[in-house]
Design a protein around this ligand. Structure first.
Ligand code: TRP
Length: 454
């Protein structure tokens, strides 16, 4: 493989562009919507610690591996696995890993787009002053009423899918890169403002912080541990090829390690900030931390409705949330689009239409889980819960496990060493130890734990 090889879809204009795009992919609903509610459902502090450990010991090494795989082959995840397995003299079956990733991308985006649709709808609600002076009960009523309407949910889901596909169709440099350039910094500033507001809640602020950071391991179940690990993959966009495809657009001279630390660090800080902003409001409003997927939609509007400048903050916040979701959703569909273009001879436009349509249709399943099909359960889960469990808790960790095994055990050592180009030999050895032994074993043990063997 030559070092001059480039992806046919283009290349990021700089290291900074990659950082923005990958951070854009990582920071999304996972940080602001999902992290708080799963933390609430799993008892707080102990869950947060397991999640942080997973980011450190599993997420970061796998993120480096995934970026490296993409940059070495410069193709979509399916072809990447074919090419690199070939290069290492390994079995052809590795391309199923790429396939699983593409499918996981569709499944995740199908529900991701529905939730992003909620956030879009809340921009309008904020704009029209729906939260003004509202108490917790009114805000919950507003949310429940919205959930009960498949028509409204479908409208917003469609709008969000359309926006995603319009960005993706424009390709790497024009579409993806421009979109994330100004969104990420603005979101960050707004979150800090929300944290500052949460601090004015005094004793509830303390209660929120205590909930987030004081571990009580008796509250953590085996499934909670799996959810924490799954979320480490989800929030860093790992295990399905999104970071791989972004890595395939990464220029050669960029240090993967340093870049990954920065991205993972930012992602973690954003999630923690979201938690710190939300839990004080949860306690002050007398809400349950375990309120489920509606948590941020039932808490933040209370703050916006009652704080000074809340009207403007509310609008800005939900606008930013939609943009954070957009910069993530484009990475969920990009592997499929790149595959259709590379292997099925489609134009980027055709590829976008097809993949967009399939995802949109799948999304209806999630929409109906919140109303007409809310009683329909498989393994005791609604369609939305099933999709979430299947992707975040199973497919992503399995994908990540395989990526770790591939990078650590299948690829030639000199190739990974060359491609990662670590600042010193020790850093490479640490990475190698983590990717060969720690990350795969950890994933494996968590699975055993859930099955009840351990
Ligand atoms: N990381 C994003 C979030 O936290 C979601 C996401 C984008 C994702 N691309 C992904 C999750 C790829 C898993 C795999 O909201």
């Amino acid at each position: 493989m030559t070092d001059t090889k480039k992806s046919i879809h283009g290349e990021w204009s700089s290291r900074f562009a990659f950082i923005l795009a990958a951070t854009g992919s990582a920071v999304g609903l996972g940080n602001i919507w999902k992290f708080p509610y799963i933390t609430g459902e799993n008892g707080g502090g102990a869950f947060v610690i397991v999640y942080l450990l997973c980011v450190l010991l599993i997420g970061i090494p796998i993120m480096m591996a995934e970026t490296m795989l993409g940059r070495r082959s410069r193709q979509n995840p399916i072809n990447t696995m074919v090419t690199l397995a070939d290069e290492a003299g390994a079995d052809k079956n590795w391309h199923y890993l790429g396939w699983m990733g593409v499918i996981a991308g569709f499944l995740i985006l199908s529900y991701y787009s529905v939730i992003a649709g909620w956030a879009s709808a809340y921009v309008l609600k904020a704009l029209t002053g729906s939260f003004f002076g509202a108490d917790a009960i009114t805000i919950k009523g507003l949310f429940d009423h919205f959930m009960a309407s498949p028509v409204q949910l479908t409208f917003w889901h469609s709008l969000f899918m359309l926006a995603t596909m319009l960005i993706v169709v424009r390709g790497v440099n024009t579409g993806l890169e421009k979109a994330v350039r100004f969104l990420m910094p603005s979101l960050f500033v707004l979150l800090i403002l929300m944290v500052a507001y949460a601090m004015t809640f005094d004793e509830y602020y303390d209660q929120g912080i205590k909930f987030l950071f004081t571990p009580d391991f008796s509250k953590l179940t085996a499934n909670g541990v799996l959810t924490a690990m799954g979320h480490a993959f989800f929030t860093l966009s790992l295990g399905m090829g999104a970071i791989m495809i972004y890595g395939s657009y990464l220029p050669k001279d960029v240090s993967i390690a340093k870049t990954v630390y920065l991205i993972a660090g930012t992602d973690t800080v954003v999630a923690l900030l979201a938690g710190i902003a939300i839990f004080p409001i949860v306690f002050a409003a007398g809400l349950e931390p375990a309120s489920g997927p509606g948590l941020i939609f039932q808490t933040l509007p209370i703050a916006f409705g009652n704080m000074t400048g809340g009207w403007l903050f509310g609008i800005l916040f939900f606008v930013m949330l939609v943009f954070a979701a957009l910069s993530s959703s484009i990475s969920l569909i990009e592997p499929a689009v790149a595959w259709l273009v590379e292997n099925k001879d489609m134009s980027r436009q055709q590829a976008c239409i097809w993949s967009g349509l399939i995802t949109w249709l799948l999304g209806l399943g999630t929409i109906f889980s919140f109303n007409v099909w809310s009683g329909f359960k498989v393994f005791d889960r609604t369609i939305f819960q099933l999709l979430d469990y299947l992707t975040a808790n199973l497919m992503l960790p399995i994908g990540g496990f395989c990526i770790a095994v591939f990078a650590g055990w299948i690829m030639k050592r000199q190739h990974t060493e060359h491609e990662l180009d670590m600042p010193d030999a020790l850093s490479y050895q640490v990475w190698r130890f983590l990717i060969c032994y720690v990350s795969p074993t950890a994933v494996f043990f968590v699975f055993l734990h859930v099955v009840g063997v351990l």
